[in-house]
Design a protein around this ligand. Structure first.
Ligand SMILES: [Fe+2]
Ligand SMILES: [Fe+2]
Length: 270
């Protein structure tokens, strides 16, 4: 995919209500320079074989911005707590919202497809192929911006108001669709540069490919939007568009700051 923006645009076009669609359009448009920096970092990372330090720093930090199964589980637990404290019909709505939110983890866990490795295992395959071993796992390789992002996501989904949690999970799905779609080519290029053959490149890049093929992240985005609408039906509220816009903007600014810091690190450690 030529850009993150190009990948998310067709998904945004299908969003209802129009207010949410406009907020998504504005958030991505406002972040155009940030998205360009993110793309630039992926291209820089794949432009030559990175040093072990640069590879471990990139992989550990990037890992911290993905694989958010723990906060997804925490958010579903919170919705279940609300359900248990209510009688029908509110109880049913909260349970359905919890289930819809949890559905975004099915692929990660390989629920229903026991022959596949979990997404955590697929990430490990890719990370070890690029870093040479599993040393990338050390927290010392994680840049502060990425560690803060991970804490921010956990806070939003497990401690902040539930609508903020659902908006965070929802936005991460559409952003990840855009990012994985763009990152596919740079990662394949890098694996070839490390001298894996075509068959190995295909096997090792499955972590990224599986999120792009079959529109997995697009389906997750719609699933959380459905969870949010169901939650709002239970509480009798509607999406706070101001809250949504500032959250989406902060998400993209934080992602951009991480990638900008990683770009400097890659250049310094070559
Ligand atoms: Fe995943
Ligand atoms: Fe997802």
């Amino acid at each position: 995919m030529s850009s993150i923006q190009a990948a998310v645009t067709p998904i945004i076009a299908t969003v209802t209500p129009d207010g949410l669609k406009e907020v998504l359009v504005r958030s991505f448009e406002y972040a155009s320079p940030t998205l360009a920096k993110i793309e630039d970092t992926f291209n820089a990372f794949s432009s030559r074989r990175p040093s072990v330090e640069a590879a471990c720093g990139f992989i550990k930090s990037w890992h911290s911005t993905h694989l958010k199964m723990l906060p997804i589980y925490g958010l579903s637990c919170r919705l279940q707590q609300l359900a248990m404290a209510e009688a029908s019909p509110k109880r049913d709505l909260y349970f359905v919202a919890a289930a819809l939110n949890a559905e975004t983890s099915y692929e990660d866990l390989s629920v229903g497809t026991p022959h596949l490795r979990t997404h955590a295992q697929l990430f490990d395959d890719l990370a070890e192929a690029i870093c040479g071993n599993d040393a990338w796992r050390l927290d010392s390789h994680c840049i502060p911006e990425a560690a803060e992002f991970k804490s921010w996501i956990y806070h939003n989904m497990v401690h902040a108001p539930i609508e903020t949690g659902l908006l965070t999970n929802m936005f991460s799905e559409i952003y990840n669709h855009g990012e994985y779609s763009f990152a596919m080519l740079p990662f394949e290029t890098l694996l070839r540069r490390i001298e894996y053959d075509d068959r190995e490149v295909k096997r090792l890049s499955v972590y990224i490919r599986c999120h792009v093929d079959s529109s997995v992240e697009e389906a997750h985005f719609n699933c959380v939007l459905n969870a949010l609408n169901t939650y709002n039906r239970a509480t009798g509220s509607s999406i706070d568009l101001c809250n949504a816009e500032s959250l989406f903007t902060e998400y993209l600014e934080r992602s951009g700051a991480i990638m900008e810091a990683l770009r400097h690190r890659i250049d310094a450690l070559q």
